[in-house]
Design a protein around this ligand. Structure first.
Ligand SMILES: [Zn+2]
Ligand SMILES: [Zn+2]
Length: 366
């Protein structure tokens, strides 16, 4: 299966490594971990997987942006189009780059040794849900309805009509793979790929399922209950393993749910902070007051101290967004807008003038 480790870490290069640095790092680690030289096969595959992505400018860009989701193990029709490591193909080792053609041959079962197949799996699926600001803050559960290829109910995904048996595949003689040889300047390259007739299982049905006609899947409308954790932010992606499309003789693909958070009438958000504005009068700002502030937890009383300047920020601890990990919460930050009166009665004007007369810096131009 595809690795979840960071591709740059696997190759031991920096995020901004040049194509040449990546190639050199790959060559070094591929030789070091090659199974024919006593290396661990899983590690070797991981190195190849990382290189498959990082050597390709487009895939590398998608990986930088979306992580593994951007290049994740599905073939044609993946949400990001033409992902690597397709359904019917073995990992495409890059012999040419290494110039090590011959030592690889036995790895592909040349010496009668069964190779580890990269198992075919269902297609990854992408969906989007939209939730409210408050739902994002406190978490929620949404029903997501999708029309997807699901396991065939009649044959339970086995592709064989109930009551009939499976028999050995005549194309691959039960090995589950076919080997093709390509001649290149580096020598003969053997490439093993999954048998197209039995999809790698080595067995085919005596009689194919009468409902799915041997596909093992059928299109079905399904509703998935999706738990959205408190504190999730706009643009986050939730991955549901094996909730994507089904495939015969393999695990389902993954479901990637993009979460969109609607904007709020009064609040904005910056990470775990919730921001809002509150208005106070000029005199209230000067003399101090107590105001009621709307928060996601409801109204909260807040003291505005005497001498508050326009644009001052006040913090209401623990009324912000809960942290995705842990029990703590961010703060709600209130920015004070000081309203200057625009309509004054004659008496109010005189009072303000009297104030101004006592304060030379604020002399009226009147
Ligand atoms: Zn076969
Ligand atoms: Zn069926």
């Amino acid at each position: 299966m595809a690795t979840t480790r960071d591709y740059y870490d696997i190759l031991g290069v920096k995020k901004d490594a040049s194509a040449d640095e990546i190639k050199k790092a790959f060559r070094r680690s591929a030789v070091e971990h090659h199974p024919d030289r006593g290396g661990e096969e899983a590690k070797f595959k991981e190195i190849n997987e990382a290189y498959e992505v990082l050597k390709d400018t487009d895939k590398r860009k998608r990986y930088d942006q979306f992580g593994h989701a951007g290049v994740g193990g599905s073939g044609d029709g993946s949400p990001f189009g033409g992902g690597f490591g397709g359904q019917s193909q073995n990992i495409n080792f890059d012999f040419g780059d290494l110039g090590l053609g011959d030592i690889f041959s036995s790895f592909f079962g040349g010496g009668g040794q069964q190779t580890q197949q990269r198992q075919a799996r269902g297609r990854d699926v992408e969906a989007t849900v939209e939730i409210s600001f408050d739902q994002a803050v406190f978490g929620t559960e949404v029903d997501l309805t999708l029309s997807l290829e699901d396991t065939c109910e009649h044959c339970k995904g086995k592709t064989v009509e109930p009551g009939y048996e499976m028999k050995t595949c005549d194309q691959c003689k039960g090995s589950g793979q076919v080997v093709s040889v390509t001649r290149t300047v580096f020598g003969n390259i053997q490439q093993a790929s999954i048998c197209p007739k039995c999809h790698g299982s080595g067995k085919i049905p005596e009689k194919v399922c009468s409902v799915c006609h041997g596909k093992g899947t059928q299109s079905k409308r399904q509703t998935i209950q999706l738990k959205i954790p408190a504190g999730i932010d706009d643009g986050a992606t939730i991955r549901l393993r094996e909730h994507g499309e089904a495939i015969a003789n393999g695990p389902k693909g993954d479901l990637y749910v993009n979460v969109r958070v609607k904007s709020h009438k009064h609040f904005t958000r910056e990470g775990d902070l919730i921001l809002s504005e509150e208005h106070v009068g000029m005199v209230e700002a000067a003399l101090g007051t107590e105001i009621e502030v709307d928060t996601v937890d409801g109204p909260v009383n807040m003291k505005v101290p005497a001498g508050t300047q326009a644009g001052s920020d006040f913090k209401l601890s623990n009324h912000g967004v809960p942290h995705l990990r842990g029990n703590s919460r961010g703060a709600h930050i209130v920015t004070i807008i000081v309203d200057t009166p625009t309509k004054l009665t004659k008496q109010q004007k005189e009072l303000l003038q009297a104030y101004a007369d006592q304060n030379p810096r604020h002399k009226s131009w009147g």
